[in-house]
Design a protein around this ligand. Structure first.
Ligand SMILES: [Zn+2]
Length: 166
Protein backbone atom coordinates (compact mmCIF):
# COMPACT_ATOMS: atom_id res chain seq x y z
CA UNK A 1 0.00 0.00 0.00
CA UNK A 2 1.30 3.46 -0.96
CA UNK A 3 1.22 6.36 1.50
CA UNK A 4 -1.41 8.88 0.45
CA UNK A 5 0.74 11.72 1.81
CA UNK A 6 4.18 11.01 0.33
CA UNK A 7 3.56 8.05 -1.98
CA UNK A 8 6.20 5.84 -0.30
CA UNK A 9 5.50 2.17 0.28
CA UNK A 10 3.88 1.67 3.71
CA UNK A 11 4.91 -1.10 6.05
CA UNK A 12 2.25 -3.50 7.27
CA UNK A 13 2.30 -4.66 10.89
CA UNK A 14 -0.21 -6.46 13.08
CA UNK A 15 -0.66 -4.47 16.27
CA UNK A 16 -2.72 -3.97 19.34
CA UNK A 17 -4.36 -0.71 18.38
CA UNK A 18 -5.48 1.97 20.84
CA UNK A 19 -8.94 2.65 19.43
CA UNK A 20 -9.25 6.35 20.31
CA UNK A 21 -11.66 6.89 17.43
CA UNK A 22 -14.24 5.22 19.67
CA UNK A 23 -14.21 8.30 21.90
CA UNK A 24 -13.08 6.08 24.76
CA UNK A 25 -9.61 6.13 26.28
CA UNK A 26 -9.51 2.50 27.36
CA UNK A 27 -10.31 0.42 24.28
CA UNK A 28 -7.62 -1.65 22.59
CA UNK A 29 -8.13 -3.80 19.51
CA UNK A 30 -5.91 -6.83 19.15
CA UNK A 31 -4.56 -8.22 15.87
CA UNK A 32 -5.24 -5.14 13.81
CA UNK A 33 -3.56 -4.51 10.46
CA UNK A 34 -1.79 -1.16 10.58
CA UNK A 35 0.09 0.33 7.63
CA UNK A 36 2.76 2.79 8.67
CA UNK A 37 4.87 5.15 6.64
CA UNK A 38 8.26 6.64 7.58
CA UNK A 39 6.68 10.10 7.22
CA UNK A 40 4.45 9.36 10.23
CA UNK A 41 1.28 8.74 8.27
CA UNK A 42 -0.63 5.55 9.03
CA UNK A 43 -3.69 3.69 7.91
CA UNK A 44 -5.64 1.31 10.12
CA UNK A 45 -7.78 -1.46 8.75
CA UNK A 46 -10.61 -2.12 11.22
CA UNK A 47 -12.94 -4.92 10.13
CA UNK A 48 -16.62 -5.27 11.00
CA UNK A 49 -16.86 -1.83 12.57
CA UNK A 50 -20.58 -2.04 13.36
CA UNK A 51 -20.25 -5.39 15.16
CA UNK A 52 -17.11 -4.17 16.86
CA UNK A 53 -18.80 -1.03 18.18
CA UNK A 54 -21.70 -3.07 19.53
CA UNK A 55 -19.26 -5.44 21.21
CA UNK A 56 -17.56 -2.50 22.90
CA UNK A 57 -20.98 -1.28 24.09
CA UNK A 58 -21.72 -4.73 25.57
CA UNK A 59 -18.39 -4.61 27.40
CA UNK A 60 -19.40 -1.25 28.85
CA UNK A 61 -22.84 -2.53 29.85
CA UNK A 62 -21.22 -5.45 31.70
CA UNK A 63 -18.65 -3.46 33.65
CA UNK A 64 -19.07 -3.48 37.38
CA UNK A 65 -18.09 0.11 38.01
CA UNK A 66 -20.42 3.04 37.45
CA UNK A 67 -20.48 4.36 33.90
CA UNK A 68 -18.13 7.23 33.11
CA UNK A 69 -19.14 10.28 31.09
CA UNK A 70 -17.48 9.10 27.91
CA UNK A 71 -19.10 5.67 28.27
CA UNK A 72 -22.55 7.22 28.57
CA UNK A 73 -21.85 9.27 25.46
CA UNK A 74 -20.58 6.16 23.69
CA UNK A 75 -23.74 4.19 24.48
CA UNK A 76 -25.96 7.07 23.39
CA UNK A 77 -24.14 7.53 20.10
CA UNK A 78 -24.02 3.79 19.48
CA UNK A 79 -27.80 3.78 19.88
CA UNK A 80 -27.84 6.52 17.23
CA UNK A 81 -29.54 9.06 19.48
CA UNK A 82 -29.11 12.80 19.93
CA UNK A 83 -28.61 14.10 23.45
CA UNK A 84 -32.11 15.60 23.32
CA UNK A 85 -33.79 12.31 22.40
CA UNK A 86 -31.71 10.23 24.78
CA UNK A 87 -32.40 12.56 27.71
CA UNK A 88 -36.09 12.44 26.92
CA UNK A 89 -36.18 8.63 26.67
CA UNK A 90 -34.49 8.10 30.01
CA UNK A 91 -36.44 10.91 31.64
CA UNK A 92 -33.79 13.44 32.61
CA UNK A 93 -33.07 17.04 31.62
CA UNK A 94 -30.70 17.52 28.74
CA UNK A 95 -28.50 19.59 31.05
CA UNK A 96 -28.27 16.68 33.50
CA UNK A 97 -27.25 14.36 30.69
CA UNK A 98 -24.65 16.89 29.57
CA UNK A 99 -23.19 17.07 33.10
CA UNK A 100 -23.02 13.26 33.23
CA UNK A 101 -21.36 12.99 29.84
CA UNK A 102 -18.77 15.61 30.80
CA UNK A 103 -18.06 14.07 34.21
CA UNK A 104 -19.40 17.17 35.97
CA UNK A 105 -21.97 15.18 37.91
CA UNK A 106 -21.82 11.57 39.10
CA UNK A 107 -24.58 9.16 38.33
CA UNK A 108 -26.79 7.76 41.02
CA UNK A 109 -27.38 4.03 41.10
CA UNK A 110 -30.79 4.04 39.47
CA UNK A 111 -29.69 6.31 36.62
CA UNK A 112 -26.69 4.11 35.92
CA UNK A 113 -28.95 1.07 35.66
CA UNK A 114 -31.55 2.95 33.68
CA UNK A 115 -29.01 3.87 31.01
CA UNK A 116 -27.79 0.27 30.72
CA UNK A 117 -31.30 -1.17 30.62
CA UNK A 118 -32.42 1.42 28.13
CA UNK A 119 -29.51 0.63 25.83
CA UNK A 120 -30.14 -3.13 26.01
CA UNK A 121 -33.82 -2.83 25.22
CA UNK A 122 -33.43 -0.07 22.62
CA UNK A 123 -30.83 -2.06 20.68
CA UNK A 124 -32.77 -5.31 21.00
CA UNK A 125 -29.81 -7.18 22.46
CA UNK A 126 -30.20 -11.00 22.37
CA UNK A 127 -31.56 -12.72 25.49
CA UNK A 128 -28.29 -14.50 26.36
CA UNK A 129 -26.46 -11.18 26.64
CA UNK A 130 -29.32 -9.71 28.67
CA UNK A 131 -29.11 -12.75 30.97
CA UNK A 132 -25.40 -12.14 31.63
CA UNK A 133 -26.24 -8.62 32.65
CA UNK A 134 -29.06 -9.63 34.99
CA UNK A 135 -27.33 -12.66 36.51
CA UNK A 136 -23.74 -11.55 36.78
CA UNK A 137 -23.54 -7.79 36.66
CA UNK A 138 -26.48 -5.80 37.91
CA UNK A 139 -26.10 -6.44 41.65
CA UNK A 140 -22.36 -5.88 41.59
CA UNK A 141 -22.24 -2.41 40.08
CA UNK A 142 -20.56 -0.02 42.46
CA UNK A 143 -18.54 3.17 42.65
CA UNK A 144 -15.55 1.16 43.76
CA UNK A 145 -14.83 -0.54 40.48
CA UNK A 146 -11.60 0.41 38.77
CA UNK A 147 -11.46 1.67 35.22
CA UNK A 148 -10.31 -1.34 33.27
CA UNK A 149 -9.03 -1.53 29.74
CA UNK A 150 -11.29 -3.19 27.22
CA UNK A 151 -9.24 -5.48 24.97
CA UNK A 152 -11.04 -6.82 21.97
CA UNK A 153 -9.55 -9.56 19.81
CA UNK A 154 -10.72 -8.63 16.38
CA UNK A 155 -10.14 -11.98 14.61
CA UNK A 156 -13.47 -13.57 15.65
CA UNK A 157 -15.28 -10.61 14.16
CA UNK A 158 -13.85 -11.03 10.71
CA UNK A 159 -16.28 -13.77 9.53
CA UNK A 160 -19.06 -11.24 10.05
CA UNK A 161 -17.65 -9.45 7.03
CA UNK A 162 -18.04 -12.44 4.74
CA UNK A 163 -21.15 -12.38 2.58
CA UNK A 164 -23.52 -15.24 3.41
CA UNK A 165 -22.82 -18.46 1.61
CA UNK A 166 -19.46 -17.42 0.18
ZN1 LIG B 1 4.30 8.79 3.86
Amino acid sequence: MKCFQCNSEMKNTVETYHYKESGLENVYLENIDVYRCTCGEYYVSIPAVTELNTLIAINIINKKAFLTGSEIRYLRKNAGLSATDFAEFIGVNKSTLSRWENDKQTLDKSSDRMIRLFYLSFKGIPKEKMATFFNEVIKKISHNGRVININIPVDPLVPALQPNGC
